[in-house]
Design a protein around this ligand. Structure first.
Ligand code: NAD
Length: 277
């Protein structure tokens, strides 16, 4: 089995990475940074976002596992002291040629950028993308399924995946969406609402095959973020987004249902009501 490790860069994550390579070599796993079947991210959720974007070109043939070196992450659910156990699971899986390990496949967002800035014209986001005004209010027209929906004025717009619904979207009052619901969620960031300007004011969830277009409605300096990546843009015409045709695969050597993950990450206790340290 070919694997790659990407770590956060701090001392603990780096030393865990070295230990992982030692254990993996002892169990006959093959280190392959360019075509891994499994990518292990060691650090936090931000490290998983980096791993996702680095290995995005081989998304169809690779799966991800996250080890956290701080608090329980949403994507990083293995603890640092479980390194040996994880390698053992990987080695068992390889040697016994069992059926493929259980996996969870999560929906992603596909964005197409129409504009004259020197940035990629397409992106895939694991968590979300946001569009914000750099000098103040973002003025944008939002169309749903190619029909005018609303004119938006405010700080910005956040469009998230179900797995990203627990991240920035949650801070904006968006709903947490189970990743089996293939959808994208549009949440407002501080919209202006008065007698003159009006937006829906509620987050909304679009199913697969629906699309949303965000048209920049004046000459404005904007900030586009896609997960942890940030791009200033000055010549944006529009962003078209929808549920991507591809999905990301996470290996689940042991089950960790989404709602358990939510309970542990946000409420801080396990299924027996015990506080998680
Ligand atoms: P980071 O690593 O500091 O992440 C910020 C926080 O978001 C961390 O606590 C991380 O655990 C958490 N997080 C990331 N993905 C998550 C998910 N899917 N579910 C629950 N929590 C999640 O910062 P970064 O490396 O730049 O990560 C970028 C992410 O930070 C963005 O994708 C965005 O979701 C999040 N973010 C959140 C806010 C906010 O809540 N106000 C603002 C900006 C960015």
């Amino acid at each position: 089995m070919r694997y790659a490790v990407l770590h956060r860069g701090d001392e603990l994550s780096a030393s865990l990475t070295n230990r992982f390579h030692e254990l993996a070599a002892a169990h006959g796993l093959t280190r392959d940074e360019s075509h891994p079947e499994i990518v292990i991210s060691i650090g936090g959720d931000g490290t998983m976002l980096q791993a996702f974007h680095q290995y995005f070109p081989i998304l169809d043939s690779t799966s991800f596992v996250g080890i956290h070196t701080g608090h329980l992450g949403f994507f990083a659910d293995w603890k640092a002291d479980e390194l040996e156990l994880l390698v053992q699971y990987m080695a068992d899986n390889m040697q016994q040629e069992r059926v493929a390990p259980r996996t969870a496949k999560y929906p992603l967002i596909e964005l197409e950028i129409d504009g004259d800035d020197d940035i990629p014209k397409t992106f895939i986001a694991l968590n979300e993308f946001t569009l914000k005004g750099l000098d103040g209010t973002l003025v944008a027209q939002i169309d749903i399924n190619d029909q005018l929906f609303e004119m938006f004025r405010g700080d910005g717009i956040c469009v998230s995946t179900p797995s990203g619904s627990t991240a920035y979207n949650k801070s904006l009052g968006g709903a947490m969406v189970h990743p089996s619901i293939e959808s994208i969620q549009i949440a407002e960031i501080a919209s202006i609402n008065n007698r003159v300007y009006r937006t829906l004011g509620s987050p909304l969830i679009l199913p697969k095959h629906h699309s949303c277009n965000i048209f920049s409605r004046k000459k404005q300096r904007l900030l586009l973020t896609v997960d942890h990546l940030t791009f200033p843009v000055e010549n944006l015409r529009s962003i078209r987004c929808r549920v991507a045709s591809q999905k990301v695969t996470f290996v689940r050597y042991r089950p960790f249902p989404f709602w358990n993950r939510v309970r542990e990450a946000f409420l801080g206790y396990d299924e027996n009501g015990c506080q998680i340290t």
